[in-house]
Design a binder for this molecule. Structure first.
Ligand SMILES: Nc1ncnc2c1ncn2[C@@H]1O[C@H](COP(=O)(O)OP(=O)(O)OP(=O)(O)O)[C@@H](O)[C@H]1O
Length: 463
C-alpha cells in the first residue's frame, strides 16, 4: 500500500509541486489549503506523514497551532514543516513542538524526498519495533499434538494468508485468542496491529465508543478500535454477547468498510480483517432472537473449532510441562518436572476451564512449590481438586454414598470410574490402556462389557 502523505499549504502552486514530486516517487498524496480542511483530512484517515506550511493565509489556525493540536491527538504522526526563508526560529519552535524536521523555502526536490523518506522510515521503524515487542510478548505457538490441534494448525495455515473473516468457536479458555493471534501473525497484515475487543465485558453505549471512537465539535477525542486496527486484524471476543444495536452497526462496517464516530458524521474508511470468537452456540442465539442471522453469515465465512481440553487429553502432558518450564524460568526457579502419577492425575481431570485453568494450576504449583522439591512434581503436590477427581472414590470421608454400599458394588463403581479415566487417558486405545494397567487386551474387553462400559462409544478410536 502506497504511503499516504497529507500536504497542508495555502499556496496552490506549492501543493501541486510537492504532490507532483511525491507522486512521481510512488507516494499517495492528499492536499488541504487551511487548518479546517487539513484537520478534517486527518480525522477522515490518519496519513503516514503530514507536510505542513507554517504560514497559512486565511486559515483559522496557523501552522504551529495545527502542529500542536495534531501532536496532542496523534503523537506518532510525523510532521515535516515548511518554513519561509531565513525563518529559522519558527522552524526551531516547530521542532520543539514535535515536528520531525523542517524544509526551508525554496527547497530542492531531492531535499524534499530525502526528508520525507527519513521521516517515514523513522516512523516505520518505531512501529515495527513496537509491534515486534508486542508480538514477541503475546504470539505463542499452539502447543499440542492431538488430532484436533493438528487439524487446527492446518486450517490456520490455509486461511491465514487470505482476507476471509473467521469465526472461532469453542469453550472458554480453550485457546481461541491464541488461534486468532496465530492467524494474524501468519498473515500479510502482521506489520499492522492486532486489536482485541471483548464484547461480553461492555455495556452497549461504551461498546460503540470503543469500536468506532468519539468525535466532538469536528475533532476526534477518542480513536476507535476499528481505526486502530486499520491494515490489521480486529479480534472480537465473545461476539455472541454483543448487544443487538451494536450488531447492526458492525454489520454496516462489514458491508461498507466505513463508519462514523459516535457524535460525529465524518465517514471513516478502514481496511480491517475481523476474526470473532464465541463460546456460545450462535445458531441457538439466532433462534432465540439474540443474534442477527445476517451478521452471523458475514462473520462465519470460515468456521474454526477449538476442542475442549478434555477432548484432547493427550495434549495435557506437553501443555503442562511447557507451562511449568516457562513459569519456573520466569520466576527464576529451576525447572520442575512432572512425575508420572502427576501426569496421570492431570490427564484424568476434566478441566472445565480448559487450557487457561491448566495454566493457572501450573502457576500455583510453581508459586506454592518449595525450593527443596527435588525438581519433580508428584501427584501429592497438585491442588486437591485435581487429585479429588480421580481419587474421590477412594478418599471419601464417609458422607459419600459409596460408603454405604456393599463391597462388590463399591468395587465395581471404582473399577468403572478407574477404567473410564484410563481409557480416556489413552484416547480410547484399548491395547495401550490394557498394557498400562497390566491386563490382557481381551480381558479388558470382557471387563468393560461386564461393567456396562460400551466399547461402541469408543470404537472410532479403538486401535
Ligand atoms: N494451545 C495452546 N498452547 C499454549 N498456550 C495456550 C494454548 N491454548 C491456550 N493457551 C493459553 O491458555 C490461556 C487461555 O487461552 P485463550 O485466551 O486463547 O482462550 P479463549 O478460548 O480465547 O478464552 P475466552 O473464551 O475465555 O476468551 C491463555 O493464557 C493462553 O496463552
Amino acid at each position: 500500500m502506497a504511503l499516504d502523505i497529507l500536504i497542508v499549504d495555502d499556496e496552490a502552486d506549492i501543493r501541486e509541486l510537492v504532490s507532483g514530486i511525491l507522486e512521481d516517487e510512488g507516494y499517495a498524496t492528499r492536499c488541504a489549503h487551511d487548518s479546517d480542511s487539513g484537520l478534517a483530512e486527518i480525522e477522515a484517515r490518519l496519513p503516514s506523514l503530514m507536510i505542513l506550511d507554517i504560514w497559512l493565509q486565511g486559515s483559522k489556525l496557523d501552522g504551529l497551532e495545527i502542529l500542536e493540536l495534531v501532536k496532542s491527538r496523534h503523537k506518532d504522526l510525523p510532521v515535516v514543516v515548511i518554513s519561509g526563508h531565513g525563518n529559522i526560529e519558527t522552524a526551531v519552535a516547530a521542532i520543539k513542538k514535535g515536528a520531525y524536521d523542517f524544509l526551508e523555502k525554496p527547497f530542492e526536490a531531492e531535499h524534499l524526498l530525502l526528508t520525507v523518506q527519513r521521516a517515514t522510515e523513522a516512523e516505520r521503524l518505531r512501529r515495527e519495533n513496537e509491534d515486534l515487542r508486542r508480538r514477541a510478548a503475546i504470539t505463542i505457538d499452539i502447543t499440542g499434538k492431538s488430532a484436533a490441534i493438528n487439524t487446527l494448525r492446518q486450517s490456520i495455515e490455509k486461511v491465514a494468508g487470505t482476507n476471509s473473516r473467521i469465526l472461532i468457536s469453542g469453550p472458554s479458555g480453550s485457546g481461541k485468542e491464541v488461534a486468532a493471534r496465530q492467524i494474524h501473525a501468519r498473515s500479510h497484515r502482521n506489520t499492522s496491529s492486532f486489536v482485541v475487543v471483548n464484547a461480553a465485558a461492555m455495556e452497549p453505549h461504551r461498546m460503540e465508543q470503543e469500536l468506532f471512537g468519539v468525535e466532538q465539535n469536528g475533532g476526534v477525542v477518542k480513536t476507535g478500535l476499528f481505526e486502530r486496527a486499520h491494515g490489521g486484524t480486529l479480534f472480537i471476543d465473545e461476539v455472541g454477547d454483543m448487544p443487538l444495536p451494536t450488531q447492526a452497526k458492525i454489520l454496516r462496517v462489514l458491508t461498507d468498510q466505513a463508519f462514523e464516530r459516535v457524535g460525529g458524521n465524518t465517514g471513516v474508511k478502514v481496511d480491517v480483517r475481523v476474526i470473532s470468537a464465541t463460546s456460545k452456540n450462535l445458531l441457538l442465539e439466532i433462534s432465540e432472537g439474540r443474534f442477527r442471522e445476517d451478521l452471523y453469515h458475514r462473520l462465519n465465512v470460515v468456521p474454526l473449532k477449538m476442542a475442549a481440553l478434555s477432548d484432547r487429553r493427550e495434549d495435557i502432558p506437553v501443555l503442562a510441562q511447557n507451562f511449568l518450564d516457562s513459569l519456573s524460568s520466569a520466576a527464576g526457579r529451576h525447572t520442575l518436572k512432572l512425575a508420572d502419577d502427576a501426569v496421570a492425575a492431570l490427564q484424568a481431570y476434566d478441566w472445565p476451564g480448559n487450557v487457561r485453568q491448566l495454566k493457572n494450576i501450573m502457576e500455583r504449583v510453581v508459586i506454592m512449590g518449595s525450593d527443596d522439591i527435588d525438581g519433580e512434581i508428584s501427584a501429592s503436590l497438585l491442588p486437591a481438586e485435581i487429585r479429588m477427581d480421580s481419587n474421590e472414590l477412594l478418599h471419601s470421608d464417609g458422607d459419600n454414598a459409596i460408603m454405604s454400599t456393599p463391597l462388590r458394588e463399591a468395587r465395581e463403581a471404582f473399577e468403572r470410574e478407574y477404567l473410564k479415566i484410563q481409557i480416556n487417558r489413552f484416547s480410547g486405545n484399548i491395547s495401550r490402556t490394557a498394557a498400562f494397567i497390566g491386563m490382557e487386551r481381551s480381558a479388558l474387553h470382557r471387563k468393560l462389557k461386564s461393567l456396562g462400559i460400551s466399547s461402541g462409544k469408543l470404537s472410532d478410536s479403538i486401535e
